[in-house]
Design a protein around this ligand. Structure first.
Ligand SMILES: C[S@@+](CC[C@H](N)C(=O)[O-])C[C@H]1O[C@@H](n2cnc3c(N)ncnc32)[C@H](O)[C@@H]1O
Length: 251
């Protein structure tokens, strides 16, 4: 066999392997979740974990502990608020190119597609989330381009609207996300909206409030039944502008 033919065969085998892997991950998503309406966005149904702890244990077992926790199996309060806002104000994304950063289940991306976005890209570092986004988009009859990767040191490309639901839950994540979002707004000219249920690391002074909702959440995840959640718009800064104080709060 020639080297060229060997390379071609190897490429075909790799492609077949990756489609088997993604098919089995999608199967896992369907098998361990139920397709149910999202509490604050009942127009959208997602494959959600009925019982969070069981699925958490499973991803530590069959899917091994290098796997991140199954964030994709829940509609987080920040994502629910942002999705609610998009469906009630479709002009925010209609006809625009949209990026949903840290998409999880794909809820916000699906809402953007439903609201008439010209193109929706969803990015998450978790491969199972990427499979879940595909499964959930199909269940809601919309098209979302789901990609696995960490683009936080990169740019938002040609996105006109950048969305991020519930991403300010850790200091490291918050710092990297904020820098990415500021670049998207300042260099890319994107409008940036985030949904946040008063997480500790939201840099509030960087944002202006658009609206707030009381969002139902699973008590097993959040220890409460509802979270006051705000849709915020990032205030773009110009290069060299004075930075407002960060204003982190406990929460
Ligand atoms: C709390 S969940 C929010 C999911 C979704 N936006 C929502 O509101 O339901 C946070 C998500 O961020 C993803 N994530 C963590 N670090 C990331 C990174 N560097 N780039 C993209 N996604 C990331 C996780 O895999 C997870 O799906």
């Amino acid at each position: 066999m020639t080297a060229t033919r060997r390379r071609r065969v190897w490429r075909t085998v790799r492609r077949a392997q990756s489609s088997v892997v993604s098919a089995s991950v999608a199967e896992f998503v369907r098998a361990y979740t139920e397709l149910t309406p999202v509490a604050a966005v009942p127009e959208i149904r997602l494959h959600q974990a009925a019982e969070p702890i069981g699925l958490w244990e499973l991803t530590e077992g069959e899917f091994r502990s290098e796997q991140p926790p199954p964030f994709w199996a829940f509609a987080w309060a920040g994502g629910q608020a942002l999705a609610r806002y998009l469906l009630d104000h479709p002009e925010t994304v209609a006809g625009r190119r949209v990026l949903d950063l840290a998409s999880g289940s794909g809820l916000v991306a699906i809402a953007a597609a439903r609201a008439g976005a010209a193109r929706v890209q969803a990015v998450d570092t978790d491969p199972t989330a990427v499979a879940a986004i595909g499964v959930n988009a199909r269940a809601n009859g919309v098209t979302v381009a789901a990609e696995q990767g960490d683009i936080l040191d990169d740019t938002a490309g040609d996105a006109e609207v950048v969305l991020a639901g519930d991403v300010f839950y850790s200091a490291t994540m918050a710092n990297r996300i904020l820098r990415f979002l500021l670049r998207a707004a300042r260099d890319g000219g994107a409008r940036v909206l985030v949904g946040d249920p008063e997480r500790a690391y939201l840099p509030r002074s960087r944002f202006r409030r658009i609206t707030s909702y009381d969002i139902p959440v699973p008590p097993a995840l959040e220890s409460v039944r509802s979270k006051h959640t705000t849709v915020w718009e990032l205030i773009p800064t110009t290069p060299g502008a004075t930075r407002p104080a960060e204003g982190h709060r406990a929460g």
